[in-house]
Write a protein that binds this ligand. Structure first.
Ligand SMILES: C[S@@+](CC[C@H](N)C(=O)[O-])C[C@H]1O[C@@H](n2cnc3c(N)ncnc32)[C@H](O)[C@@H]1O
Length: 188
């Protein structure tokens, strides 16, 4: 929290004074931000490698900017345009283009990158138990309908599941990716 907020608590003399939060102005917030978009830090990479809805890519790009991550996307014809359309940042974050997901993951493993499958899976750890990334890490996201393809699951170090108690089967892929990115970045 940027400000100290004292919430009212009832004591013998009645409720203590309450200092209500004041919403920061745009100028105040912008002074706390970087002047330029971060480049490729090569530490955290969110990888929606089988995307179906372009809008999720734009949402994930904003989270990448917020936590200092890069994004890896496939070179489908429609993806560059979806990134441009969905990205409301003036300066885009770092994007890696991936032609062959399995080959890319194999090369990343060979240099010691940890691969986290963000997925509803057997033996997954819960999001709350996921520690901040200790080295270069990939958060792999599945297709909006089919999830992460089976033929890459053998390359994954850990699966991470976000607990749910509602009636829906799964979360929106951009929401799931954003939650895991914040945890891996150590910002939650
Ligand atoms: C809409 S879900 C995939 C659909 C899912 N296999 C199903 O049968 O409904 C799309 C992707 O979002 C991510 N996802 C959604 N909810 C999740 C959760 N609760 N925990 C972990 N990942 C989740 C995963 O990467 C998943 O592959």
């Amino acid at each position: 929290m940027r400000k100290n907020v004292t919430l009212g608590r009832k004591g013998p003399a009645g409720p203590a004074p309450v200092s209500a939060p004041r919403v920061s102005t745009r100028q105040e917030v912008s002074r706390q931000r970087r002047r330029r978009a971060h480049g490729c830090w090569g530490h955290l990479i969110v990888a929606p490698l089988w995307p179906k809805h372009g809008v999720n890519l734009g949402t994930l790009l904003r989270t990448c900017d917020a936590v200092g991550a890069c994004m890896a996307v496939p070179k489908h014809k429609w993806v560059p345009e979806a990134l441009d359309r969905g990205n409301t940042l003036r300066r885009p974050s770092c994007v890696h283009w991936v032609n062959d997901p399995r080959g890319w993951l194999l090369r990343e493993r060979a240099v010691g990158t940890r691969i986290f499958a963000v997925e509803l899976a057997d033996e997954a750890i819960r999001l709350g138990d996921l520690p901040a990334a200790g080295g270069r890490s990939i958060a792999l996201l599945g297709h909006e309908t089919y999830g992460i393809p089976e033929d890459v699951l053998d390359l994954v170090d850990v699966a991470v599941e976000i607990p749910m108690i509602g009636s829906g089967i799964s979360l929106n892929v951009a929401v799931a990716g954003s939650l895991v990115l914040y945890k891996l970045a150590g910002m939650l």
